[in-house]
Structure formats: structure tokens, C-alpha cells
Design a protein around this ligand. Structure first.
Ligand code: HEM
Ligand SMILES: N=C(Nc1cccc(CNC[C@@H]2CCCN2)c1)c1cccs1
Length: 360
């Protein structure tokens, strides 16, 4: 284990120091420090600069991410000192506020203490802001994707409201203590009502979505050290909301409603009613976010930005890796360059990884 840790640490430090053009003397000093720390304590600690670079490089290495052009513009909030649940909750509120920024969204990550330390911290939420899902005798209410986590919240004492868009509480577990719940102050929650640029009846659907996607269930791995609580946010690509969250028939399943309100013939596939409904819903999502001054990117612009990222990486002499199956957008994929080329799906570190759900 120790040898393995030093090997991973050395690989990361060498990459970091060479990218920052640091001297060989600085490198060997730092490597000696780390070697000593691992020998003495079985672990080593990242400096803030190493942590910041590690989180950025992990984004740059995220093969499924189309938004990587901006990898070097990530705000890293170092909260490794947070030891009590209250400190973690206030750090999460601080993150939500910083990231939201009244609609001019800022990509950020908050990094809590790593798993090596005695203070192990887990955030049970999939995303910091997410809508509840309920299985009731009359069918499903809200977001089906949230049903298991909503059950956990209710089990931990959360009062279910059985609404379509109930924001779930934060759930934080310190060490091996009982998980704690905390409602997010509603003034911190920015949401966008979905309206259509031409069809006034669209607002009658009563659709909305939250502004900031903040993934809180992935682990950040840097130089052999795992940060299991490291929530990160960017901004949405419109298709995530318009082609998946609201459109999937196992999510909010709104396409049939939209199609019939558009007066389309939903009895035959060949009328392409689903495709027409998808396009109008996605146009509505982009229009609504822009109207409210909330950052969002359409999938064509995002693909162009990704193309620039590919060129930058080539220019920097780094081999680009990517997961084609996730990089292509779910709407009009062949209308982007991504569809027409291949990507190597090699997993580099630092990176963000799935981890086992902390509840059963
Ligand atoms: C700044 C704007 C950003 C945009 C528009 C963007 C866009 C996306 C999209 C559309 C996906 C696919 C998600 C899905 O289909 O469920 C994705 C995946 C991903 N993104 Fe980004 N992203 C952004 C920023 C970030 C940041 C700041 C990070 C981390 C620091 C990040 C890390 C990832 C990771 C790890 C995945 C894969 C998730 C998985 O495997 O489930 N992205 N991104
Ligand atoms: N725009 C974003 N989308 C995104 C990124 C990573 C992971 C996810 C969630 N993917 C899993 C969801 C859950 C069901 C299908 N998609 C969304 C960002 C979220 C956080 C930073 S960027």
C-alpha cells in the first residue's frame, strides 16, 4: 500500500511540476518530503497549489465531459479543515451561493478532508440541488431518479411534501456518525420557469428546473489520495434538461403532452411528433435560461468549445481522451463534429470517479 501510494504521488507531482515548469531541485525536495511523510504517517498532504491543479487536471481528464475547454478556470474552495457537520453545511451553502452568483454561474469545487484522515465525510446527495421523487398509490410524483434518496431522507425524518419540484435537503455523514439533514435556505435556490419564445400555452405545463448542476456523489482522486466529498458545479448544457431530465419517459416524461399541445399526430411514429416536441422543449429551455440571465450552453456551441479544447490539448502536446458515447449530445448528435470522429477512452488520473452509494 505505502509503495503504491508513493508511486501514485510521485507520478502526480512530476506531472504538476513539469507543467508548472518548476526546477528539478524543487521537485526532488517535494518528493523527499512526501516520501518521508508516507514512511512516518502512511499518508501525505497536498499543498493548496497541488490540490487546485489536481482538481483542474481531473476535470481536464473527464472523458465524458464536453465542457472541458474551461478546465483551467475552476474555483477551488479548500475546506479540508471542516471537522463538524455544521462547518460542512455552511461550506455547502457558501458553494451554492458562489456558484450561483445571481445567474452568472461560476464553475467551482469544494474539497473536504480526504478519506485517509480520521474525519471521513460523505455527502449522500447526488446533486446539491435536486427534486424529490415519490412512489405513491396513485403513481410517481416528482423526479423518479430521486426516489431511493428521497426514501432515505424520509427515513431520516424529512417531511415529504409530495410536490413535483420539492428541493431535497442536504444529507451529510461525518466519520461513522448518524447522517444529518439540513434544508437549503430557499433564497439560495435559483430556479428557471420554462416558457417558449412563441407558444404562450407552454407555461401552462408548469415546468421549471434549477439553475446550477452540482455533482456531490463522485470522488476526486489526486496522486493516490481520494477526496470522497468534493462537490463540483459547472453550468447546464440545455439538452440535459430538455432532452433527458424533462423528456425521458422514466423521468418527467413531458413529450406526449407537448406534442398534443402542438397539435401533432402522436398515433404514428413517422409524424416525428417526438422529435418535434423535443426540439421545441429544448428551444424553450435555452430561451428561458437566457431570458432569466442564467448561464447555459446549447449543444452546438458546446461542441464548438470542445473542438477548441481538442485543438488546445494538441497544441500543449497532450493526448486527448474522451468517451464518444457520452460526448455526443442527445439531440442532433450528427450535427456536431464529435459524432464524426473517434476518441480514446483511456482513464487518466487525476480524475472524478463513481463511488459506492453510502446508503443501501
Ligand atoms: C462549465 C460547464 C460544464 C458543462 C456545460 C459540462 C457539460 C457536461 C455534460 C453535458 C456532461 C454529461 C452529463 C450527463 O449526460 O449526465 C458532463 C459530464 C461530466 N462532467 Fe462536465 N460540464 C461542465 C463543467 C464540469 C466541471 C466544472 C467538472 C468538474 C470539475 C465536470 C466534470 C464532469 C464529469 C466528471 C462528467 C462525467 C459524469 C459521469 O460520468 O456521470 N464538468 N459534463
Ligand atoms: N452540466 C453538468 N452536467 C453533469 C455533469 C456530470 C454529471 C452529471 C449527472 N449525470 C448523471 C445524470 C443522472 C441521470 C442521467 N444523467 C451531469 C455539470 C454538473 C456539474 C458540473 S458540470
Amino acid at each position: 500500500m505505502k509503495k503504491d501510494l508513493f508511486e501514485k504521488a510521485a507520478e502526480f507531482i512530476k506531472m504538476f511540476y513539469s507543467e508548472q515548469n518548476r526546477s528539478p531541485a524543487e521537485l526532488s525536495n517535494r518528493l523527499r518530503e512526501i516520501e518521508y511523510s508516507i514512511a512516518e504517517h502512511g499518508v501525505y498532504e497536498h499543498t493548496y497549489e497541488e490540490l487546485e491543479f489536481g482538481a483542474k487536471a481531473a476535470w481536464r481528464n473527464s472523458n465524458r465531459c464536453i465542457g472541458r475547454l474551461f478546465w483551467d478556470h475552476l474555483k477551488v474552495l479548500d475546506k479540508r479543515e471542516a471537522k463538524e457537520a455544521d462547518e460542512v453545511f455552511s461550506a455547502l451553502f457558501e458553494h451554492i451561493q458562489f456558484a450561483t452568483n445571481n445567474g452568472r454561474l461560476r464553475p467551482a469545487i469544494t474539497i473536504f478532508s480526504p478519506d485517509t484522515s480520521e474525519q471521513k465525510i460523505r455527502i449522500w446527495n447526488h446533486q446539491l440541488i435536486r427534486y424529490a421523487g415519490y412512489e405513491t398509490a396513485d403513481g410517481i410524483i416528482g423526479d423518479p431518479h430521486s426516489i431511493p434518496f428521497t426514501k432515505q431522507c424520509v427515513k431520516l425524518g424529512w417531511e415529504p411534501k409530495y410536490g413535483k419540484f420539492d428541493v431535497l435537503p442536504l444529507v451529510v455523514q461525518m466519520y461513522n456518525q448518524q447522517p444529518r439533514l439540513r434544508e437549503i435556505p430557499e433564497e439560495l435556490i435559483l430556479e428557471v420557469a420554462i416558457v417558449h419564445p412563441e407558444y404562450n400555452w407552454f407555461s401552462d405545463l408548469g415546468l421549471k428546473w434549477y439553475a446550477v448542476p452540482m455533482i456531490s456523489d463522485m470522488k476526486l482522486e489526486i496522486g493516490g489520495i481520494s477526496y470522497k466529498a468534493a462537490p463540483f458545479n459547472g453550468w447546464y448544457m440545455g439538452t440535459e434538461i430538455g432532452a433527458r431530465n424533462l423528456a425521458d419517459d422514466f423521468r418527467y416524461d413531458v413529450l406526449p403532452q407537448i406534442a398534443s399541445l402542438l397539435g401533432l399526430d402522436t398515433r404514428s411514429h413517422s409524424s416525428l411528433w417526438k422529435d418535434r416536441a423535443l426540439v421545441e422543449l429544448n428551444a424553450a429551455v435555452l430561451h428561458s435560461f437566457k431570458k432569466e440571465g442564467v448561464s447555459i450552453v446549447d449543444h452546438h456551441t458546446a461542441a464548438q468549445q470542445f473542438k477548441k479544447f481538442e485543438e488546445n490539448e494538441k497544441g500543449q502536446g497532450r493526448d486527448l481522451t474522451g468517451d464518444w458515447t457520452w460526448l455526443i449530445p442527445p439531440v442532433s448528435p450528427a450535427a456536431t463534429h464529435i459524432f464524426h470522429k473517434q476518441y480514446i477512452n483511456e482513464v487518466k488520473t487525476p480524475n472524478y470517479f463513481y463511488q459506492d452509494t453510502p446508503y443501501q
